[in-house]
Design a protein around this ligand. Structure first.
Ligand code: DGT
Ligand code: MG
Length: 417
């Protein structure tokens, strides 16, 4: 631990980015309960301040990386980020009953909020409006004619049954293999990296995040071509392409560290893909990876569902979701809908992007706050900016990102704050 060399008992750092936070740890119950309070505070928050929510998240993060099982709240005395409220809750939980959490988990409003915000494209404010309309189920939203025009919400509702089913890690790996194969055909030398929770060793997640880069800087136009190819393979349901909005200023501009994290400026495609069912349900040992791809090409194209993707379109933003969503019963199709994010990073920013897109969100928040407060530098997924010299520090590996930050390297599996 930094600043404590030679000491027999390493100090428990106040910075999560200086601690190891594995997926499996010994304080799972406490962490889960504190995250209920975080979620509830996030949903209740009318001013988009999130400081209350973040306080619970930081406390959860502490117990996740705490070296021993917490059996007595006094073990947390003097530990930063476990404030009086979190401490009281932990004490009550350890005594066997926390009235505050008990009330929250039994609150109908909270159940509905969790249900509605689970829909792709639906945030707390939309969910609140739906509750105010008296809707009590996803079906109410699906059957309404007065629904958001947002393509994500429309398609999210149409395929909610699929999307609420977590993506498994083997699915994510197999899909990445398909993408790797197709990407390599389009642009030899392209780097294809599965990121997000799966890179941190999670066994399931809500989406598949894939980061691309090209060492020779030949990536321009790649994502539209990849999407065209995936459409030919009938693997695209809907999505939206965003051009890069990066400019030098974003490296140095002031930024707000919110609970929602900070949006980056990479070229990206966010959407819903169709994954062949055998890719989803298949046993690792029995189905060779290539099968998934062959199966895809066999699926009859659904021409009604998609516009041609036009890479040369004048529009900066092309949205497959401009089409009306359709529904097909799960039993009548041989694919499952999955949320997918494709992100393209220039090679010079790649390792910062990799750290950013590997997450966790809380690990990133902490890294960025640490850069700002301790180093007076700005860290984003695009680089690491020094306010005093006005320069950015390059990184040629993930290890170098940590070195630049003067931090001990944390393996992705230990970034599960
Ligand atoms: P999941 O999918 O529920 O298992 O959880 P994660 O950890 O994969 O989270 P996800 O998919 O929302 O995002 C992956 C990581 O990428 C996460 O650490 C935050 C980061 N990220 C997501 N969207 C953005 C964005 O728009 N800008 C930036 N800078 N980072 C983002
Ligand atoms: Mg993810």
């Amino acid at each position: 631990v930094e600043g404590n060399e030679g000491a027999s008992e390493p100090r428990f750092s106040e910075w999560a980015c200086q601690r190891s936070t594995p997926l499996k740890h010994q304080n799972d119950f406490l962490a889960t309960q504190l995250e209920i309070l975080q979620k509830y505070a996030e949903m209740k928050d009318e001013n988009h301040d999130y400081s209350r929510a973040l306080a619970f998240r930081r406390a959860s993060c502490v117990v996740k990386s705490f070296p021993i099982t917490v059996t007595n709240v006094n073990q947390l005395n003097g530990i930063n980020h476990v404030g009086p409220h979190s401490k009281r809750v932990i004490g009550e939980l350890l005594d066997g009953y926390c009235d505050e959490i008990n009330r929250i988990v039994n609150e109908e409003w909270f159940e509905k909020m969790k249900m509605f915000t689970g829909v792709f494209g639906v945030g707390p404010s939309t969910a609140k409006k739906w509750i105010e309309r008296g809707w009590t189920s996803i079906k109410d939203a699906q059957e309404s004619t007065d629904i958001s025009k947002d393509w994500r919400v429309q398609w999210g509702l149409a395929f909610h049954d699929d999307l609420m089913n977590p993506v498994k890690s083997n699915e994510a790996y197999r899909f990445t293999e398909i993408i790797q194969t197709e990407a390599e055909k389009i642009l030899p030398g392209i780097v294809v990296q599965l990121t997000g929770g799966f890179r941190r060793g999670k066994h399931q997640g809500h989406d598949i995040d894939i980061l691309f880069t090209h060492p020779n800087g030949e990536e321009t136009g790649f994502l539209p071509k990849l999407l065209t190819r995936l459409e030919k393979l009938n693997m695209v349901l809907c999505g939206s392409h965003e051009s890069s909005s990066f400019h030098e200023k974003v490296l140095s501009e002031d930024f707000k560290l919110t609970a929602r994290g900070q949006l980056d400026h990479f070229e990206k495609w966010l959407g819903i893909c169709k994954l062949p069912k055998d890719l989803v349900s298949g046993d690792d040992a029995q189905i060779p990876l290539s099968n998934g791809l062959e199966k895809c090409t066999e699926i009859k194209e659904n021409v009604d569902s998609l516009d041609d993707y036009e890479p040369k379109a004048k529009k900066q933003r092309k949205c497959h979701g401009d089409n009306s969503p359709f529904t097909i019963a799960t039993s009548e199709r041989d694919w499952i809908a999955r949320r997918v994010d494709f992100i393209m990073s220039p090679y010079s920013q790649y390792y910062y992007a990799l750290v950013g897109w590997t997450g966790s969100k809380q690990f990133n928040r902490d890294l960025r706050l640490y850069s700002q407060k301790v180093l007076n530098r700005k860290l984003t997924s695009h680089g690491f900016y020094d306010f005093t010299t006005g320069k950015t520090l390059p990184a040629n590996s993930e290890t170098e990102v940590f070195e630049n930050l003067n931090l001990q390297y944390q393996h992705p599996k230990n970034r599960n704050c």
